[in-house]
Structure formats: C-alpha cells, structure tokens
Design a binder for this molecule. Structure first.
Ligand code: ADP
Ligand code: MG
Ligand code: MG
Length: 934
C-alpha cells in the first residue's frame, strides 16, 4: 500500500477513535474514549491491530511503525515532563495487549518498562524511596523476562522464595530495600543464564521487544485455542493492539491504592458500586491474592473523600457508556486514575434488574433496555441457579448444554446412578459420553456431566428434554469408568465425591454449592410487560393439561397454540377407555367406548378454557397412530406366555390332589388339599388371556411398516369419523358450559397431518350438526374457528386451497422438518446429526433451530398463498423451534401472527419477539438512511 494512504499505526489517547474496537482493541478504544470525555487516564497511545497483522505477515515490524512510536514517545515525554531512559526524570511505561474481544490467554502486561541500572538511580532520587524503586525494578525484570524473553517463572520464583525464607518473611511487603535489591540482581542473573545474553539496558530496545512479544502472543497456542473454542472469527477480532501508557503507582505509600470494580453489583444487579481495593499496592497484587483486598464499601468510611471521587468516576462511566462498567483504577498519592473500562458481564438476574432500573432512571429507553438482554439468558431464571454470592472456583468448563444448576455425588455409570438415586441420594451422572441405554441413569440423576460431545450430543438432547441440568464436552475431565473415578486437573474424583454443575454456563465445581430456586421476579415481569407492548408477534403455549395451562398463563402465555389431545389419554384412568375404543370391532362398540371418553375430554377442555379466560385455546384432534396406546407385540406375547404358564400351574395343582388320592395315603391327600387354590383362578386367567389375545390380534392388525407416515392424524379422523366427532363435541360442549357461566372463550379446532383440502372438508362436515345440536340442547351458540396444521410438504404447496376451508394455519415444524429433510428426528439426533454438526455439514440441529433456508421457504410459500386466499389469515408455528430466538426473528420477518412453545420457553420467546421487532425496525431505519444518502 502507498505510504500516504496508509492509516497511522499509532494513535494517542487524545486522537484514537473510541468506537473503533477492531482497529484499537477494546481496551485501547476505551482508553481513548475515556481520555476524550475528560476522565483522568494516564497519558499514552495505542499501536493498532493492523500493525500487528502486518508484523505477523512478514515477521518484522512494518515500515514506518518505529518512527510513529518514536513520535508518540516524544509527545508523551512532553506531556509528562519526563524522559524515556532519562536518568534524571525517567518516564516509565506499561505495555498492555488488547484485541477487539476480551480474550484471556493473550499476553500478560509488562509494568515499569523504562527501568535500567541508570534510570533506577533516577527513580530513587526522584521518589526518595529506595524500597519502592527496587520493588518496581524487580517486578519489571520478572515480567519482561517472562513475557518478552520467555524465561520460565521458576527461574524467578526460586531465588525469591529463597530470600523470603532466609529473611523469615511470608509476604513480599516484609522484604527490605536491601532484600529487593538482591532479588533484582539475582533476577538479572537468571535472565542471563536462560537467554545467554545480558538483560537489555537500552530502554528503546526493551520497548521494541515488548511490542513484538505482544504481537506474537496473538498467534500463541493459548490464544488460538481460545478463539477456536469460542468461535471467534477474524471478522470479530483480528490481531491485537498494544497499549503503551505512562505508569502510575498505587504502591508509593498509604495515600496510594489500586482496585477493580463494577458500577453495579454483577450478581444481583443492585445499584451500588461493587468491587475491591488494596492500599499501597500495584494492580497485579489484587489478582495474585498475595494480600486480601477490602470491599470497596469500606473506602466510604475509611477514606470518604476518595470514595466520593470514585463514585464520581462511576457515575461518569455509566452516564457515558449507558451500560454497567467493569473498571480498573489506581490512586497515586491521592490522585485517582482510571486504567481500563469495559461493559460488565452479569448473570441473568443482574442483567434483568439493571435493565429495568436503568430504563426507569431514564439512562436507557425501554427499547434499549429490552435489546440489552439476550433472550436465552432468561431461561436461566426459570431453573435453579447457583447462589450468586457463592465463592466456588470452577475446576472445569464444558458447554452449557441444558440450563439449571445441581449438586450431587458423582457416579460413573447409569446402573449405579439408578441404584443410588433410587435409594434417595442426589447424584450427578458423569460419563465420557452417554448412549440411549443410559437413559435410566438420567431419570435417577440431578444432572449430567460429560467430557465429550456437543450441544446436540445425546446427553445434551435428552437432558434438555427432561429439563435437567447438563454440562457437555467438559474436556478438562478424564473419566475412567472402570475404576469409577475421574481426573480433573490435579484432583481425582471417586464415586460419591460431591460436585456441582451449572448447565447455564458450563462450569463444574468441586463440592456442594448452594442453589437458589427459580423466581419469576417483579423485574422480570416488568421487562416482559414492556416486551409484550413492543412485540408484534404473539406468544402462545404448547400445553395439554389444565395444570399446564395455569403455569403457562403465569409465564405470560397469550393463549394455547397447541393442545395435544392424545396426551390427555395417557392417564391410568383413561387408558382402558381408549383401549376399548381401539379394540372395538364395530362402529357401535366404538361409539360405546367413545361415549365414556366424552365427559373426560369435556372436563379437560373446560379446565383449559378456565385457565386461559378469553385467550384462544387451540385444540388439535387426535394425531398419533392409535397403536401407540397399545403395548408392543413383543410385550403382549410375553404377557400371554406368562398367563398361560400360570394357568398351567393352577391346573397342575388340581392334578396333584387327584394324584395323591390314588396313593391311598389320607395324610398326603390332606397335605395336597392344604395348598391354597385361588378360587375362580382359572376363569379369571382365561378372561385375562382372552383380553390380551384380543389386544395382540389388534396390534398385529394395526401393524404398520412406517407408522409415522401411516394411519394417523386426519387419516384416522376420516376412516373413524366417530373419534373426531366425539372430540369436537367435547370442545363445543365445554365451551357452552363456560359461556353459560358468563366466561368468554375462544376455542380453535385444529386438524393434524392434512395434505389436501378434501380431507379438511370431510372433517368440517362433522362440525355443523354438532354445533346445532349443542345449541338446541343448551341454548348456547358456540363460536370457534376451524383450522389446520401445516406439517406436510404438500400442504405447503396447496396452502391456497387449504385456506378456502381453514380459518387459520399452524406450522407443525417438527414433522415438517422431518418431511423436508427426510430425517427421522430420533434417528438423526442419536446417530448422525452430531457428526453433521461437528463437521459443519449442517450448521445447526434443524429440530432445535428452524431451517430457514429450506423449511423456511416452504413456510413463506404457504403464508403467501394462504393469505392471498384469506386476507389477514391467522398463521402461527407450534413446533419446538418456536421458542428459539432466531426462529422467532424469522417468524416475525415472514409476518406470522404467533409462535407457540413450551412453558419455560415463553419468557424467552416474549423477549425474543420484542427484540425481533426492534431489530427489524433498526435495520429498516439504517436502510432508509443509506438510500437517502445515495
Ligand atoms: P488484564 O487485561 O490482564 O487485566 P491489564 O493490561 O489491564 O491486563 O493490566 C493488568 C494490571 O496492570 C492493571 O489492572 C493495572 O493494575 C496494572 N497496570 C496496567 N497499566 C498500568 C499503568 N499505566 N499504571 C499502573 N498500573 C497499570
Ligand atoms: Mg485489566
Ligand atoms: Mg405433527
């Protein structure tokens, strides 16, 4: 590139663009920003990420960089009145890395650069403090030696420990100036030994080496691994900047200090400064844990005027960034300097609370407050969480595969989990990975931890389905099932050791950590209330029982989008009725069974209507193949064999009595007669055998090669119209009962698996006579709408015709996805989908995140054709993906009326619906602006 066109490689804090984190790194951009709004930041400059990339390309400093650094240095010298390498008044610098995203594993910070034998004397003269000066010097040699010259830690730790032991002191502060002088001499010696040359005395050479070391750390193994792990692409962060700034000293006496803080409490969200500080210390001491820092609130009483200043800093930061800040500061001889700020990372509770409070205080608009919260975060609030004040330190991190936190004894196989779990112990199942045959272990465990596999691994999928916490793919853990133990770093876990997992962030802890139960806080209610006002798309619930409806209403469901009536049939008091219905050989027999089911269904529907008030309740008519209500052929064959054996046994006992009579020994006859024979035993068994035989015959008759594509859904309703008629009657009667007690109801009847309008018309024909009959019997006219699921590819293609009959559509995206991909969900998730995801053949699991590119196109077509036919038609989605924010954004974009999802996803969906709308508006505004400008 031509030199004149090239952007500068270095910017002073006064001139750098505080918005340009890609170029200046997060730390650098914020140092510029803070300087420019007038906060007290030690003077300095930023070397850009572009310089880093250019360096890495040729493995040498790019042309012009050295000159720019020199020019910046000269300016710094003018600003501070000190000289870099000047023995009379030495300028000391810190050299800090920082890329666009904060990234542990990058280079450590070098402090006190600019010291050498000569400037050290200058520092002593200037400060009059020998001890302080030697302390600064030995810290510099150690950090520079390690970071820029690659000398191992032990080379410094060993002599330092020796001196401390000899002097009989535990903490560094106990060492004298003389001791520290000795330490620095021995450190210089250590460097010479390891590098084969003397420690660089030339301060400019030192700076160049430090800059190169920071650049190279971008390609260090730790940094590369981190970027891979967290999928940080060059688009997000490319190269590291280098921040070079004047040192300030928190360790020059008791009017000095250093600290880190949050502008609000990141665990609770409370609007109170939070953090810790250390008097007479340098930054690294806080982190190193050499001395115990004090809570910042202590400063309010111990150093009130300084606390005031710190409060001032906090308020300036928040009003400027309009976000909770995580900041670092140092106090040198009573003057406060801010050394760093960035947006604070908070848990879900704190994020929600701060959003609501910042909006109420006018710091943010409601829209900003909504956009600030990641909808997925809310799911954490609906599961048990770790006590936000816990001080546990995690020992491993895996993927947050299923939210919630749990503690328990580790067990290493499913059978042990079941054994201990059923005996009442709380256990965590720890496996390398899980398989379908481990399922009984899941039921017995509080949570699941695996060392391999991703978010669509078996463990993750099953745990999510069960609502249990799961951490998957925690690679730091080595599981040895045979020995019933696992290794985590230096720790060996044996069966029975207690661990805690947090499925919300993937962290694993040793020992038990208190959990707090989920709580639907007032703050969350407020935020979600704002979301509902902002959103266009409605959020409904998938729920099948009156109890579920009550919970869903509490989560804020605006109705029921999917009630699967077959789920109502599984209760033990209902199953026999359903079985009778299935076994019926004639229409009359079937009608008799249905007559007994009718009141049961009606009662359930009444419960749903009551829970939902005047909100819509969408009831899907029977969907699954009916043999799902019967045991399997194998099970029935086994039961029959057992019954026949039992019958044989009883007959054998009768034969025994007869046989003893032939023996001519009255005592033996008496003994044989004493064996109790069940009265009517044989007859009862015969009856049972007959029933089971009937069921077996039916199961064989109903056998289908491919039941999911077989006789189910509307196909059943058409061949056995009396089944659907009973269900429709139950809906209408339940609605009539509610209406006559003065309640408004909005029933919606939905037909599954439809592929042609003819099917829908057939079912529709059942409706009118039932409606009339109920009206004349009860005097109540029931209004309801009649619609269809769209879950068959053909239905998408014939949506215009279907819309002539259906008043609403609901996309059943589970089946529609199976049909579009020709994947059976269970087989896909258990066999090949994880492999597909890991190898990037498919980006996501289409059963979790709607496949916008394929299934989405089918949906778009159906929406368009449906609404062309029936203007403003109500159209929603009720597949599991409906609770996922990216799916919701798509649904918003294609103009769906609602999404319907399971209870705990409702809050997530409400916020996602609002954010989808706000983002779409934002994008539209940007587009308009660029068009106007063009
Ligand atoms: P990290 O990214 O690991 O937090 P930093 O670059 O923030 O690394 O540096 C770590 C610590 O070094 C800071 O918290 C601060 O206490 C100290 N530090 C950095 N620059 C200076 C400086 N110019 N003056 C005094 N202390 C500094
Ligand atoms: Mg820092
Ligand atoms: Mg379906």
């Amino acid at each position: 590139m031509d030199d004149q066109q090239r952007q500068p490689y270095a910017f002073s804090f006064e001139t750098g663009d505080g918005q340009n984190k890609k170029l200046l790194g997060g730390k650098g951009a914020n140092l510029c920003e803070m300087t420019q709004i007038g906060l007290n930041v030690p003077p300095g400059f930023v070397v850009t990420t572009q310089a880093c990339l250019d360096f890495l390309e040729n493995d040498q400093l790019p042309e012009g960089l050295a000159d720019e650094i020199n020019a910046q240095l000269t300016a710094l010298e003018e600003k501070t009145g000190k000289g870099f390498g000047d023995p009379n008044s030495p300028l000391l610098l810190s050299v800090r890395s920082g890329s666009a995203l904060s990234m542990p594993g990058m280079m450590d910070t070098i402090l006190n650069l600019g010291l050498n034998q000569e400037t050290l004397q200058g520092l002593i003269q200037q400060t009059g403090d020998e001890r302080f000066s030697y302390d600064a010097y030995r810290r510099f040699i150690q950090l520079f030696g390690k970071v820029a010259l690659g000398v191992p830690d032990e080379a410094f730790d060993k002599p330092f420990e020796e001196i401390k032991r000899r002097e009989g002191v535990k903490a560094d502060v106990g060492l004298s100036a003389e001791n520290l002088k000795e330490a620095s001499e021995r450190f210089l010696e250590a460097v010479r030994e390891h590098t084969g040359r003397a420690f660089p005395e030339d301060v400019k050479e030192g700076l160049t080496l430090a800059v190169k070391a920071v650049f190279r750390s971008w390609m260090g193994k730790r940094a590369i691994d981190y970027r891979r792990e967290f999928k940080i692409t060059p688009d997000m962060a490319n190269g590291t900047a280098v921040n070079i700034m004047t040192m300030v000293f928190g360790n020059m006496g008791n009017d000095c200090a250093t600290g880190v803080g949050f502008t609000r409490n990141p665990g609770t969200g409370e609007n109170l400064m939070y953090g810790e500080y250390l008097v007479n210390a340098q930054g690294e001491d806080v982190v190193a844990g050499i001395r115990t820092p004090k809570p910042v609130q202590d400063m309010a009483t111990e150093w009130p005027d300084m606390y005031q200043q710190l409060e001032g800093l906090r308020n300036r930061l928040e009003t400027h960034y309009r976000e909770v800040q995580d900041f670092e500061y140092t106090i040198e001889k009573g003057t406060l300097y801010c050394l760093q700020t960035r947006n604070g990372k908070m848990n879900a509770v704190a994020t929600v609370r701060t959003s609501v409070e910042m909006a109420n205080d006018g710091l943010l608009s409601r829209e900003e407050a909504l956009l600030r919260v990641d909808p997925e975060l809310l799911e954490q609030l609906l599961h048990p969480m770790l006590d936000p004040d816990h001080d546990g330190v995690h020992v491993a991190v895996g993927l947050p595969a299923s939210p919630g936190a749990a503690s328990g004894k580790c067990v290493f196989d499913a059978d042990r989990a079941e054994l201990l779990g059923n005996a009442g112990a709380k256990v965590i199942l720890v496996r390398e990975e899980t398989k379908p045959e481990d399922i009984h272990g899941f039921f017995a465990s509080q949570g699941i931890l695996t060392s391999r596999g991703g978010k669509t691994s078996h463990a993750a999928v099953v745990a999510r389905g069960m609502g249990k916490p799961c951490v998957a793919g925690a690679e730091g853990i080595e599981v040895n099932t045979e020995n019933r133990q696992a290794r985590v770093g230096d720790h060996v876990l044996i069966e029975g050791d207690v661990i805690t997992i947090d499925g919300g962030n993937g962290k694993v802890y040793l020992g038990e950590i208190e959990t707090v139960p989920p709580e639907f806080s007032d703050d969350l209610r407020t935020l979600l209330g704002w979301a509902d006002e902002a959103a266009r798309i409605k959020v409904l619930a998938n729920t099948d029982t009156p109890d579920g409806a009550v919970t869903a209403a509490d989560y804020g469901a605006m109705g029921i989008g999917l009630c699967r009536t077959e789920r109502m049939f599984n209760a033990p008091d209902r199953l026999p009725l359903v079985v009778d219905m299935i076994l019926a050989n004639t229409t009359e027999e079937r009608q008799a069974a249905l007559d007994r089911l009718l009141p049961v269904q009606r009662q359930d529907f009444e419960g749903l209507f009551k829970a939902m008030g005047d909100r819509p309740v969408t009831i899907r008519l029977l969907d699954p193949p009916i043999h799902e209500f019967l045991p399997t052929e194998r099970q029935l064959e086994q039961e029959l064999a057992h019954l026949r054996q039992l019958r044989g046994t009883i007959e054998g006992m009768r034969d025994l009595v007869g046989a003893t009579k032939l023996m001519g020994d009255p005592e033996k006859v008496a003994a044989a007669e004493k064996i109790p024979l069940p009265a009517d035993g044989v007859e009862l068994i015969d009856e049972a055998i007959a029933k089971k035989q009937l069921m077996l015959d039916k199961v064989r008759e109903l056998f289908e090669i491919n039941p999911m594509l077989g006789h189910r859904g509307v196909r059943l309703g058409i061949t056995y119209p009396e089944i659907y008629a009973m269900q429709i009657q139950a809906v209408i009667e339940a609605a009539a009962i509610c209406q006559s007690s003065g309640q408004h109801v909005k029933p919606e009847i939905m037909v599954p698996q439809v592929c042609t309008a003819q099917e829908l018309m057939k079912v529709r024909e059942l409706v009118a006579p039932l409606q009339q009959r109920v009206a004349s019997e009860t005097g109540t006219d029931v209004n309801f709408s009649f619609g269809t699921m769209i879950e068959v590819v053909r239905a998408c293609m014939r949506a215009g015709q279907l819309a002539q009959v259906a008043e609403f559509f609901s996309f059943g995206t589970n089946d529609l996805t199976q049909a579009a991909f020709s994947f059976s969900r269970e087989d896909a998730e258990n066999k090949f989908l994880p492999f597909y995801n890991e190898n990037r053949i498919l980006q996501d699991n289409p059963f979790e995140v709607l496949d916008v590119k394929g299934v989405g196109r089918l949906i778009k077509t159906a929406v368009k054709d449906g609404r062309d036919q029936r203007e403003g038609m109500k159209i929603g989605i009720c597949g599991e993906q409906g609770g996922h924010p990216t799916t919701i954004a798509f649904c918003h974009e294609v103009g769906l009326s609602y999404v319907s999802c399971s209870g705990p996803r409702i809050p997530v969906a409400r916020l996602a619906a609002a954010n989808a709308k706000l983002r779409a508006e934002e994008a539209a505004a940007v587009k308009l602006r660029t068009e106007e400008a063009a």
